[in-house]
Design a protein around this ligand. Structure first.
Ligand SMILES: [Fe+2]
Length: 525
């Protein structure tokens, strides 16, 4: 009897069994080729990590890192250990050894590449909240009898697919006065453990805030940047991935708008442009769910920026339906989208079906929007592969998950595992976007040089002429400005970078005539 109890406990709670740390997560708040954030609940602990697998022999791991920050919300405490100075494209093994002397299971993660020529594959989705209930009975449409069970199917699929990362665009939990938000978040974090593979591999999260979250939930639960809007540089220039916050008014809350506009400007038309730009945010700009319609502020203040600065893909949620668009642009009066006749169109996909209650589609039959390629209603997420020349998007259904043959290797290809059910709509089962955004501006001739580009304190800028004023702007990898200097005409300038920006940073040297030269700087401790 006791044996059966112990075995049963281990099967149900495999990640709690040997440790007083639990509810593990990985996230990014800096360069994903050299940093990662490990989060957990439970006891204080030290992280022991290495590129060599020492199993649970914590003392053999050559590197350690303590708690960088303790956060939390909704009566849940979260510890975060920010690991930095990691090698790119490298598998790391780690354990947590807590204050009680217990050691966690051995986990692993892989840093992203620092080569923009390498491809990346990620899962993207949103809306994993439970349905509303009255006296224990759903008042929303959770077709299999449980929205939570559908979410868990998606999580188990993550472990089988082994993506490079996951982008999640909001509405984790219900968080209403009628629900127990602490229990919901704990359940969500427990369910997230299903994304961990049997050999301990974990996958990092990129996050956008939904309308069911509180304003600082992403920061408190996953240690993403405090601003709740940020950009992550994937594969060092392959993909600039904007995580926008649709809970801030896109037009009138200008902190986000100014930051977004500025970052797009800095990464357009110069020789270190990212090859791709994507955006994710929670509320769909024009929802295909019945009764939801258009967000006119987003149409007015974001969509023109998407089009102007070559954002190729916008990933949306909130509608609880599935849609793919053709490349499209805003109509002149911003009343709707229309098919793009040029190469400036944006593909919109969505809208959040990671288990959340199903809704009905709008614009059916003859009323279907001409720019909508296909739409349907089912539980699922997107699987997106990006290389320098094309992005491929497929939609994975949470169907027959148990019969999907899990990838077991860390050097797998960028393919979905055998047995995965993908959406097969009328107009083809994948979207391919050819890259037309990476046109390098050949007109930006060199007018200065910068050295050293790896430094802890000073960098020097040599100018070819001293005929005009120059402006120097230094940004960290999240696009936040660390320093700005306006220079009188000079041939040489030594810039003090001690105490500001850390890790990978970008220096933009601007001439009065608008010519800009970007430089990648690595700020060492
Ligand atoms: Fe929502």
């Amino acid at each position: 009897m006791l044996f059966r109890f112990v075995v049963g406990f281990l099967l149900v709670f495999p990640f709690f069994a040997f440790s007083s740390t639990h509810k593990y997560s990985l996230s990014y708040n800096d360069d994903p080729s050299t940093t990662i954030v490990l989060g957990w609940s439970g006891d204080s602990a030290m992280v022991y990590y290495d590129t060599i697998d020492y199993g649970t022999n914590y003392s053999l791991y050559s590197q350690t890192n303590g708690i960088s920050r303790t956060g939390g919300a909704h009566s849940i405490t979260r510890h975060f250990s920010r690991l930095s100075n990691l090698e790119s494209n490298t598998l790391y093994f780690f354990v947590l050894h807590d204050v009680q002397g217990d050691t966690s299971l051995r986990f692993s993660f892989k840093t992203l590449s620092d080569n923009p020529m390498d491809s990346v594959s990620f899962i993207s989705g949103g809306d994993s909240r439970d349905g509303f209930k009255v006296l224990g009975v759903y008042t929303e449409n959770c077709p299999s009898g449980s929205c939570i069970e559908q979410r868990r199917k998606g999580n188990r699929l993550v472990a089988k697919i082994r993506p490079d990362f996951i982008s999640f665009n909001g509405d984790f939990v219900m968080n209403q006065v009628t629900s127990n938000t602490t229990t919901e978040w704990n359940n969500w974090l427990d369910d997230w453990q299903l994304t961990i593979t049997p050999d301990g591999r974990m996958f990092p999260l990129l996050f956008s805030l939904g309308n069911h979250e509180d304003n600082s939930d992403a920061y408190e639960m996953f240690d993403v940047p405090m601003e709740e809007y940020y950009v992550i540089n994937i594969n060092n220039g392959l993909l600039r991935f904007y995580c926008l916050n649709s809970e801030l008014n896109p037009c009138t809350e200008t902190n986000q708008l100014d930051w977004f506009t500025n970052d797009l400007q800095l990464h357009s038309g110069s020789s270190n442009d990212p090859l791709w730009k994507f955006a994710q945010y929670h509320v769909a700009t024009y929802s295909m769910a019945l009764g939801y319609g258009m967000e006119s502020n987003q149409m007015e203040c974001w969509v023109n920026l998407f089009e102007q600065y070559n954002i190729s893909l916008a990933i949306e949620s909130h509608g609880h339906v599935t849609k793919w668009s053709y490349p499209c642009v805003a109509k002149n009066d911003n009343s709707d989208f229309e098919l793009s006749s040029s190469n400036s169109g944006v593909v919109y996909i969505g809208e959040g079906q990671w288990g959340a209650p199903h809704r009905q589609l709008d614009f059916l039959g003859l009323n279907q929007k001409p720019y909508i390629r296909d739409m349907d209603v089912f539980d699922g997420f997107f699987y997106i592969t990006v290389n320098p020349s094309k992005a491929t998007i497929r939609t994975v259904k949470f169907k027959d998950v148990d019969s999907v043959q899990a990838h077991t290797s860390n050097v797998l290809g960028k393919n979905l595992p055998i047995g995965t059910t993908i959406w097969e709509p009328t107009n083809g089962n994948q979207i391919i976007i050819e890259n037309n955004a990476s046109i390098i501006n050949e007109n930006t001739s060199s007018f200065c040089s910068v050295y050293p580009t790896i430094s802890s304190d000073y960098i020097q800028i040599d100018f070819q002429n001293n005929s005009s004023h120059k402006t120097l702007e230094l940004y960290n990898s999240l696009g936040i400005k660390c320093k700005q200097i306006r220079l009188s005409p000079t041939k040489k300038y030594t810039m003090d970078i001690s105490g500001i920006c850390s890790g990978v940073s970008y220096l933009y040297v601007k001439e009065q005539n608008g010519k800009t030269m970007p430089f990648r700087i690595v700020k060492t401790p």
